[in-house]
Write a protein that binds this ligand. Structure first.
Ligand SMILES: [Zn+2]
Ligand SMILES: [Zn+2]
Length: 275
């Protein structure tokens, strides 16, 4: 035992992948920008994140909400405290300036929920390695623009994302034409290049969710499915019953056991409890 340990080096590191960002915003998973606190539970979020979240929740309620349940602990809060400079702060009361959340559909919510769920072996089910090995990445995917738009909308909780969508599409297209011109020495190299270039392109917009986004993008492309079929395959894999997404899909395929490694935002589940 001691012998084996001494071989691994002089400074044993119990955590091989230390989190470079120990206290991220629970919503965007990136370092908190414009620190904001809920007034009762004092959970901390980015200002933009908690405002968007509030708008997303408001969309589901018939009357304008006058309070917000914390996405982390469910405590009822009535305002968001921000701009604290040591002596003063500002307060945003929930219920003011709501709107612009009509676009956020059930499908958007389901996609956002995927960002907080460990998807298990879905990459195998959707044949990701076959996609790269068989060089299917050289083909264009006509479902991609619509899928990308919805995905970015879901992740950013923002309706107008067309500029970002076209940016990402452009990056994918130029990668593809590059691959067509010059073939890479190995499949791994292509896949690695894809991940690196796409992460770089998406990070300014998606920050802490970039890695997951690139993963989801790869899954979607590799699946070769259209949006509906992709949603169904995904929901079925996770064992999620989502109206409009997993209609009459009562096959015997066992859903995987999925664990939540990420902060669990209860609000994503709210609707499935209710009706
Ligand atoms: Zn945030
Ligand atoms: Zn809280």
């Amino acid at each position: 035992m001691a012998e084996a340990e001494s071989l691994t080096g002089s400074s044993p590191d119990p955590d091989p992948d230390p989190d470079p960002n120990p206290n991220p915003c629970p919503i965007c998973l990136a370092p908190v920008t414009q620190e904001s606190y809920l007034d009762q539970c004092f959970h901390k979020f980015c200002y933009n994140c908690i405002i968007r979240w509030t708008n997303t929740v408001a969309r589901k309620q018939s009357r304008a909400p006058s309070s917000l349940n914390c996405p982390l602990c469910k405590t009822e809060n009535s305002s968001i405290i921000y701009g604290y400079d040591g002596t003063s702060f500002q307060q945003h009361y929930v219920g003011k300036n709501m709107g612009n959340s009509e676009f956020f559909s059930e499908a958007h919510r389901y996609r956002l929920k995927c960002y907080y769920t460990e998807p298990g072996n879905i990459a195998d089910k959707l044949h990701v390695s076959r996609y790269w090995k068989s060089r299917k990445y050289l083909q264009q995917n006509r479902f991609l623009p619509d899928w990308l738009r919805r995905e970015i909308q879901a992740v950013m909780q923002e309706e107008d994302v067309d500029i970002i969508m076209h940016h990402i599409l452009g990056v994918i297209e130029s990668l593809r034409s590059d691959w067509l011109k010059t073939s890479r020495p190995s499949t791994e190299m292509v896949q690695e290049e894809f991940r690196m270039v796409l992460s770089e392109a998406a990070r300014p917009f998606l920050t802490g969710r970039t890695e997951k986004f690139v993963n989801e993008l790869e899954l979607f492309l590799a699946s070769g499915l259209n949006i509906d079929a992709f949603d169904k395959a995904y929901a079925k894999h996770l064992g999620w019953k989502i109206p409009k997404i997993s209609e009459n899909n009562d096959d015997d395929d066992e859903p995987i056991e999925h664990t939540c490694a990420l902060p669990y935002l209860y609000i994503l589940d709210e609707e499935s409890d209710g009706s």
